[in-house]
Design a protein around this ligand. Structure first.
Ligand code: 2NL
Length: 345
């Protein structure tokens, strides 16, 4: 082969290499072009192996042309590689792109159960009078749930059919939050202003106004010289906060083994406002809680001296307060966990 032919072939090789590089559709194809032209057994190597047949003085010139061809092709390969990678990235971005202007998926927010909200509202009102929230255990001793509260052994509440007993002798599911107040009396030093919200349990046949579990809130105040008048004033303020300003209230005589005297506290019916309706059984009054002066025996059981300290206590069913506030007629709704009901509050 002579110099001229070899130069022409090198020039042709460069041109066809550049064409192949330009038309390579992706980085894989480009890799194949590189191997075919510049690889160890590529076209350039093959062509240059003919250099030995040239006269010695021509060899450097052909070598220089060969190097130049390699440089041109390498530069073209690099440029095309950058181009292909950018195009691939662009295509991927277009394919996987996120439309940030699309509306988001709505987050479904939960809310507190209406009974828990009612408990909190009750605690908020009494909190303004200095009452502090305490909590007691749901499994209690027979002593604290009954004996300490002056509830005699033959009291109907102690019957198997009214109380859920555990299989551990002497332990039961508390039937009211009062045993929690015994804990408070035994631990705190008067003046005591305690509020005890919590879940209670009774062995009941379930109907529209009875469940086997229910919420109760109890209050206890113990100090020197605490009277029934203090109780009345406090409960009036509570009734007005829950059922509206200026709402008339009344005390009626009641009975509990743990208070003496005992009262029922009524609020004028919010539905009929005195005219008589089904909601208050046409009496014009709704009983919202029971209360009384803590029985001296109970004060003693709580570790206090009745000659020095007196107190009052009151207890209410959260369910009942919520029913009256929201105008619901079936307490089973509160425990059925039907969102269509619960979401209305
Ligand atoms: C009701 C009536 C009441 C009490 C609860 C109480 C607690 C102690 C001492 C004295 Cl430690 N009394 N609690 C007093 C009167 C009534 O609850 O019908 N609740 C739903």
């Amino acid at each position: 082969m002579d110099l001229e032919t070899l130069s022409a072939r090198l020039s042709y090789l460069q041109q066809s290499g550049l064409d192949a590089i330009r038309t390579a559709a992706d980085t894989g194809a480009l890799e194949a072009v590189q191997v075919a032209y510049l690889g160890r057994r590529g076209e350039l190597k093959t062509l240059l192996s003919g250099i030995g047949t040239l006269p010695t003085e021509d060899r450097p010139r052909v070598g220089a042309i060969g190097n130049r061809v390699r440089e041109v092709l390498e530069a073209a390969l690099d440029a095309r590689r950058v181009e292909l990678e950018a195009a691939a990235l662009g295509a991927r971005l277009a394919r996987e792109g996120v439309d940030v202007t699309l509306p988001g998926r709505p987050v479904r927010r939960g809310s507190l159960h209406p009974l828990i909200e009612t408990n909190r509202e009750i605690a908020r009102v009494f909190g303004q009078f200095g009452f502090v929230v305490y909590e007691g255990p749901e499994v209690e001793t027979d002593v604290r749930n009954f004996q300490a509260l002056n509830i005699p052994p033959d009291h109907p509440a102690r019957d198997l059919w009214d109380t859920l007993y555990t299989d551990v002798p002497g332990y039961l599911m508390r039937t009211h939050t009062s045993p929690g107040q015994i804990h408070v009396m035994q631990q705190a030093v008067p003046p005591i202003r305690a509020l005890l919200p919590g879940r209670c349990f009774r062995h009941e046949a379930v109907d529209a106004s009875h469940g086997f579990e229910f919420f109760q809130v109890e209050g206890l105040m113990v100090d020197e010289g605490t009277t029934l008048a203090d109780l009345r004033g406090l409960l009036d303020a509570f009734a007005q906060a829950m059922f509206g300003r200026g709402r008339p209230t009344r005390f009626r005589p009641g009975y509990y083994p743990f208070t003496e005297p005992s009262v029922a506290f009524d609020v004028q019916c919010v539905v009929c406002a005195g005219a008589g309706c089904a909601s208050c059984k046409r009496t014009g009054w709704m009983t919202i809680l029971g209360a009384g002066m803590v029985h001296p025996v109970v004060l003693c059981n709580g570790g206090l001296d009745p000659d020095r300290h007196q107190g009052f206590a009151f207890g209410m069913g959260t369910d009942r307060i919520a029913i009256l506030r929201y105008g619901i007629d079936d307490i089973r709704m509160f425990l059925e966990n039907d969102l269509r009901f619960l979401e209305q509050f």
